[in-house]
Ligand binder design. Structure first.
Ligand code: ADP
Ligand code: ADP
Length: 225
């Protein structure tokens, strides 16, 4: 899916990433752990092609990012979805409008798919509610439904469970594991909590100060009931 080769990223004098090389296979559940400031969010922004690396190359589905034309960039927007720690829901839109938003932005309307996704995340009963009426766990489930609505092949999660309590974290991980397995989704799960990552990831990259310290093979817990 991805080929990251000798990637570096600088912001002025700050070296955020240095000499990173790794591959991400299709359908993989990859974890990336490291302390705050180790470069995890920067790496996710590069995998989302929101920013370009300062050094090295990132290829996605066989094509190098620096060679993307406008059509490739539109394709990347559909294929790569992201979930954030702070949910990033729009407060003046209902739950179902939030989930439908990525479709609306490209002039599509798929009410049946929106309903199916709300059902999948267990929120069909709250379709007409507003984000302020939801718990943190529910907000993150809306964010997951929204991320999936354009049928991406990659889901990037940036500290997606870091604002949640233990029960909601477990529920979120179970949902992610289900989509990854059932839809053959590639998931990249970034967190500062190794214990959380080890519950779901088959492989974990460990980062420190913008470097890759090493890689851990992992046996995830089966969270499906
Ligand atoms: P993490 O996600 O692991 O907390 P980040 O990728 O956010 O790490 O940050 C890595 C380093 O790069 C930090 O030193 C951070 O301050 C710096 N950094 C990240 N984004 C920017 C930016 N847009 N401008 C300047 N420095 C940045
Ligand atoms: P987190 O600690 O949750 O990973 P980040 O460090 O990525 O959050 O910061 C969130 C936002 O702030 C990002 O959009 C990033 O580009 C920006 N940012 C991070 N560090 C700096 C910095 N030193 N200077 C300017 N912008 C920064």
């Amino acid at each position: 899916m991805y080929k990251v080769a000798k990637v570096g990223k600088q912001y002025g004098q700050t070296v955020a990433l240095e000499d990173l090389s790794f591959h991400i296979a299709k359908g993989e559940f990859l974890g990336i752990v490291g302390k705050s400031g180790s470069g995890k969010s920067t790496l996710l922004r590069l995998l989302h092609f929101m920013e370009q690396p300062s050094d090295g190359t990132i290829s996605f589905m066989g094509k190098e990012g620096s060679q993307f034309n406008n059509k490739d960039l539109r394709r990347v927007k559909q294929e790569v979805a992201m979930v954030f720690q702070q949910y990033n829901l729009l407060h003046n839109l209902t739950v179902e409008q939030n989930v439908a938003l990525p479709l609306k932005l490209v002039g599509e309307k798929q009410p049946a798919l929106v309903e199916e996704l709300l059902q999948f995340v267990g929120l069909s009963g709250k379709a007409k509610r507003y984000p302020k009426d939801l718990s943190g766990g529910e907000k993150q489930r809306v964010a997951i439904a929204r991320a999936l609505v354009r049928k991406p092949s990659v889901l990037l999660c940036d500290e997606a469970t870091s604002s949640l309590d233990e029960a909601n974290t477990e529920e979120m991980l179970r949902l992610l594991q289900n989509v990854q397995r059932e839809r053959d989704l590639t998931v990249v799960f970034v967190s500062h909590e190794l214990e959380t990552v080890k519950k779901v990831c088959t492989r974990v990259l460990v980062m420190e100060d913008g470097h890759l310290l090493g890689e851990i093979a992992n046996q995830p817990t089966n969270l499906r009931e």
